[in-house]
Design a binder for this molecule. Structure first.
Ligand code: SAM
Length: 213
């Protein structure tokens, strides 16, 4: 299978027609080998226009959703980024080539370990993974310039807003357990500015400041 051709087709047929325009995001999506982040059983569908299953009943997000969230983050090359919901590690890999450092937290230890192994094997030295409840953030490494939550949250955890730098940006799917909307929050001086974006469906953020299991 020619994965390079499939990646180019993914950008041409899924991302550009839906309005992804940031050249850095398009470049990252065209270069990161998504097929290396999915289970062998679904590798042939790695560039399909859909989410795919991972272990523990979780998912690797649809390529368009990865692209739109990354675009909303508006990453700069010196940014320190926190991701909640490592999953396969694919989104973290995209972030890692557009920012300085990525800290990513996964609730399931086996997923965190598998992602860490991928980062070691495929060469992503600026990604740091831990298993735990990401709704609490990563206080020892805070503050972060950018935070992305890749699981559906009932609301944006205050703990994560606390760990954002001034002018920092947070992107998250927020809603009920079955459907959400992407929210982009900017921690502006004296106020939190929210804008509302694409409707979406994510697996739930389960934790202290998320849903109860
Ligand atoms: N970003 C991932 C990728 O690129 O494959 C996809 C993430 S998947 C849609 C959501 C992930 O969030 C799942 O792996 C799930 O276990 C994880 N998750 C849910 N609640 C969490 C929490 N409180 N802390 C950390 N991870 C959590």
């Amino acid at each position: 299978m020619d994965y390079k051709d499939l990646r180019e087709a993914m950008v041409r047929d899924q991302l550009l027609p839906r309005g992804i325009r940031d050249p850095k995001v398009l470049w990252a999506m065209e270069h990161i080998p998504r097929h290396l982040f999915v289970d062998p059983a679904v590798q042939s569908r790695a560039y399909d226009d859909s989410a795919l299953p991972t272990a523990d009943g979780q998912t690797i997000s649809q390529p368009y959703m990865v692209a739109v969230m990354t675009e909303l983050l508006d990453l700069r090359k010196n940014d320190k980024v926190l991701e909640i919901g490592t999953g396969s590690g694919y989104q973290a890999a995209i972030l890692s080539i557009l920012a300085a450092e990525v800290y990513t937290i996964e609730r399931f230890a086996d997923l965190a370990e598998k992602a860490a192994e991928r980062f070691r094997t495929f060469g992503y030295p600026n990604i740091f993974v831990k298993a735990g409840d990401g709704s609490l953030g990563w206080p020892e490494e805070a503050p972060f310039d950018r935070i992305i939550i890749t699981a559906g949250a009932p609301e944006i955890p205050a703990s994560l807003i606390d760990q954002l730098t001034p002018q920092g940006v947070l992107v998250a799917p927020v809603g009920d357990r079955h459907s959400q909307q992407l929210i982009r929050l900017v921690k502006a001086a004296g106020e939190l500015q929210r804008t509302y974006h694409t409707p979406c469906v994510f697996v739930p953020l389960v934790g202290t400041f998320g849903w109860q299991d």
